[in-house]
Design a protein around this ligand. Structure first.
Ligand SMILES: *Cc1c(COP(=O)(O)O)cnc(C)c1O
Length: 385
């Protein structure tokens, strides 16, 4: 089974480009709202770093999600797309002063603080403005995730977050500072997680921590468990919408929320991953002694995931129905890692054929670069074609 694409329209557009199926995005958002909506104290944010295309952001904002930002630039982009500051959270291991000031000037909902020195700088900058910044502490729960080593974030060896053993002292420290107010705890264990047991392990860790803090009469209003829910890269047609039910139910069942607490989520990949495809044109088919290469006009400058983390993306020839043959699909960049897939079956591919590199909506367009003086890819929405 192949995906459905407006191939005729595609012929009028210069390749490579990203194509976003907005019906699928809307269905995904509806599913999120339904499944999270079973629990009145669940609050879902979209992790802007997965894809900051302003048109997609507007649809996501209209669905009622908040924004999870990891830079000052993302805060600005989110505000421009209409996210209200009271729904913006800001995490990041190295926040510059100007970025913190953007958050303060806009009165964002919360800074997710990752170290003691950062807490002190936020306090100082807030004091200069006569403001009180709401802060949550991003803790490193030392929970492993069964995903690619480059995208785990919750292990003690990762750079992210504050060690669990330091949590009490940083909460005490915050209480002594006049221009910050402690409102919650934040976690994020990694990305492309499909084993609900990983999220369950995080719940268990948080439960232990809450018991420990409760004994010291620390009140926590907000718990933010980050994002990380994965998508099915192998079967984008069969499983276009991730299993949000299993995801939210896991937290509902295993996390012991206290009365009045709000549980926040920050989903990126699961929101936008499946709705996007990178559309590329076949330039040449080159046969060597051992294999056939389909050389396409997209490269890792357009989609770096395969080169960066050996990520798999399903590839379809959307303009050929001929019998399949085996190809390496490679880009034009002068680097050996510029390979989208090795030894995959495609309908017989010729010069001019369009290939769809699927499940590319998250960490695709937004990670594009201009290496080799290439142009950044454009993004088109199905609504507009
Ligand atoms: C990247 C990131 C997310 C989103 O991760 P996904 O795997 O795309 O859901 C959420 N929170 C934080 C703090 C992040 O850095």
């Amino acid at each position: 089974m192949k995906g459905k694409f407006p191939v005729k329209k595609f012929q009028e557009i210069g390749t490579p480009f990203y194509y976003y199926d907005t019906d699928l995005l809307r269905l995904t958002l509806k599913t999120i709202n339904e499944e999270a909506g079973h629990y009145e104290n669940f609050c879902v944010h979209y992790a802007v770093k997965a894809n900051a295309n302003p048109l997609l952001l507007r649809i996501i904002r209209q669905a009622g999600l908040g924004a999870d930002c990891v830079s000052g630039g993302e805060i600005e982009v989110a505000i421009k797309a209409g996210f209200t500051p009271d729904k913006i959270v800001y995490a990041g291991v190295g926040k510059s002063d100007w970025e913190i000031n953007i958050g303060l000037d806009n009165d964002i909902f919360c800074f997710n603080v990752e170290s003691v020195p950062e807490l002190e700088v936020i306090n100082e900058l807030a004091s200069k403005k006569g403001k009180v910044a709401r802060v949550a502490f991003r803790l490193n729960p030392n929970v492993g995730a069964h995903t690619h080593a480059n995208i785990t974030t919750g292990l003690a060896e990762n750079k992210f977050g504050i060690a669990m053993r330091d949590v009490e002292s940083i909460i005490d420290h915050a209480a002594e500072l006049k221009n910050v107010r402690f409102v919650g705890l934040h976690f994020h264990i990694g990305s492309q997680i499909l084993d609900m047991g990983d999220f369950q392990a995080l719940c268990n860790r948080i439960n232990e921590l809450q018991d420990q803090l409760e004994r010291r009469h620390v009140t926590i209003e907000h718990i933010n468990v980050g994002g990380g829910l994965g998508i099915d890269y192998e079967h984008p047609n069969r499983v276009p919408v991730p299993n949000f039910k299993a995801y939210f139910d896991t937290y509902a069942r295993h996390l012991k929320l206290r009365p009045g607490q709000t549980l926040h989520f920050e989903l990126g990949r699961a929101v936008v991953g499946q709705c996007g495809s990178l559309i590329t044109r076949t330039l040449y088919v080159k046969e060597s002694a051992v294999k056939k290469f389909a050389i396409v006009d997209a490269g890792f400058t357009d989609l770096i995931r395969p080169a960066l983390y050996q990520a798999y993306h399903k590839i379809e020839n959307i303009t050929s129905e001929d019998a399949t043959e085996t190809y390496d699909v490679v880009g034009p960049i002068c680097e050996s890692t510029d390979v989208f897939a090795k030894q995959i079956d495609l309908n017989k591919t010729s010069r001019g054929d369009l290939l769809a590199i699927r499940s590319a909506g998250a960490y695709g367009e937004i990670m594009a670069s201009q290496y080799n003086c290439r142009q950044l890819p454009k993004g088109y929405l199905s609504d507009d074609l």
